[in-house]
Design a protein around this ligand. Sequence first.
Ligand SMILES: Cc1cc2nc3c(=O)[nH]c(=O)nc-3n(C[C@H](O)[C@H](O)[C@H](O)COP(=O)(O)OP(=O)(O)OC[C@H]3O[C@@H](n4cnc5c(N)ncnc54)[C@H](O)[C@@H]3O)c2cc1C
Length: 383
Amino acid sequence: MTSVSRVLVQGGGIGGLVAATALARRGVHVDVVEHRPPGSVLGVGLNQPGNALGVMEEIGVLDECLRAGYQFSDLRMAASDSSTMVDIPPSLFQGMPPNNAIQRAELCRVLLGAARDAGARLHHGSTIASVSEGPGGVDVTFSAAMADAAVPANGRYDLLVGFDGIRSQVRRHLFGDRYDAEYTGFACWRISLPRPPELDRIVYALAGSIKATLIPLSETSCYVALVVPEESIRPRPSSAQIVERIQSLLGEFSGWIGELGGTLSEKAPAAYSPIEQVTVDEPWYRGRIAVAGDAAHASSPHMAQGAAMAAEDAVVLARCLDASDDLDEALRSWWERRMPRAGFVQQYSAALLRTESGTPTEQDRRMLEIPMPAAHARLAEPY
Ligand SMILES: Cc1cc2nc3c(=O)[nH]c(=O)nc-3n(C[C@H](O)[C@H](O)[C@H](O)COP(=O)(O)OP(=O)(O)OC[C@H]3O[C@@H](n4cnc5c(N)ncnc54)[C@H](O)[C@@H]3O)c2cc1C
């Protein structure tokens, strides 16, 4: 890798930590600035489909992820009374389990360990204060996002990558407010709870305009995510308000799914997320600065592929930087490879979201002519 020897990653989430690991393992000096404290994780659990597991293998943490998670194969669609409508067979990912559901906190622990072991330097509680780019590099100063953070004063890098999520500061630096996140008009409410015996795979169930996704996380625990139309983004709800909202939404289901409402605890990990979309409609980089993951292409969670796409962006970036001595050529081949795949996930997920809520567009109808198994099979192709 001759075009870059020093890289700054802003954002120590899933994509940022995978990028830090993949680059540091190739001998690159990597600094990661993350404005939250170490181990503070938003959300509950997530599903790693086989393509995400391929990335975990590439950075050397597949076995750890599988040990920490729960593997299952097919997907089930259920009715609002919890009865099975159809089982969708798994996609075949070469040598990988089709799905591994994992607590977000566990995935974060595994990825932090991998990045540190690879030699990346992680700076929690800090963020970029200023950026200026010249022909020889990107000059950055840092500031503390937490009072007690030990923040490096400044640094010069060959490349700055913003894996800083849906409200990316790096994206704003590159493009102003042109690609700010757009609210889809839907929210997602999530909580961990004891796993019922009926849940041995992902189950999707619809009750009117409410979509429940139930995902086993271990022999004893699972989580439920409920997507529902909501006019506007709420100010941050408390744990008690989240539990109350989830109980009322589960009340729209009967059978074993409806009964889950009686098993919720305010102490369990829980989250409210407005569903927002980001579509950077031009190359995800300029000069020595790039954005990736949710910062470039956040999508609704209907294919359970957002984190997988961020992780793929990260390892493909490392491979492209390896393959070319010319930074611009490396970034262009990275973007050309990533953009169609991430765009497909985004468009298919948005089509599912609108169709399930009864408001599909003509373009959504055309998109969903690709049946879900075929859409998943497309993602089983090499990233
Ligand atoms: C309800 C829901 C369910 C989902 N389920 C799945 C699933 O099952 N499978 C799946 O693959 N995906 C799923 N996703 C999508 C997935 O969570 C995201 O796509 C993924 O987290 C994106 O990774 P990222 O690294 O790009 O961004 P993030 O994970 O958001 O990480 C961004 C990081 O940057 C940090 N940061 C932000 N701003 C700054 C700043 N100014 N300075 C320093 N640090 C900063 C943040 O603190 C954060 O740590 C789901 C999403 C939602 C909303």
